[in-house]
Write a protein that binds this ligand. Sequence first.
Ligand code: CO
Length: 134
Amino acid sequence: MIGRLNHVAIAVRDLSKASAVYRETLGATVSAPIAQPDHGVTVVFVELPNTKIELLEPLGEGSPIAKFLEKNVDGGMHHVCYEVDDIIAARDRLKQGGARVLGDGNPRIGAHGKPVLFLHPKDFAGTLVELEQV
Ligand code: CO
């Protein structure tokens, strides 16, 4: 059902510091920061040959990653995003198997302008999973 790894998202406290680690220490291509107020984050995209890393810094009140950074003070891996062809079919199959879909269960438009859903980490080996329809 799941296809390619679309991205790995890493929550960080200091986006410019984390960008410098990826750009200078690791020698990767790193985008300029992009504010996404609808999603409560500022994002930097690290382009790798086979996938992307997204560095997420909280933006504004009630950022969805604020709690995560309270528990993980140095930052850390926040979620992985897998591509699916049909997000509704994927959701229905997962729900039938007992998996929990976060929010109201309906896909919303994600950071890349495509429909996304998030799945409960307790059902997926302790990892928050994002599905993106491509
Ligand atoms: Co994501």
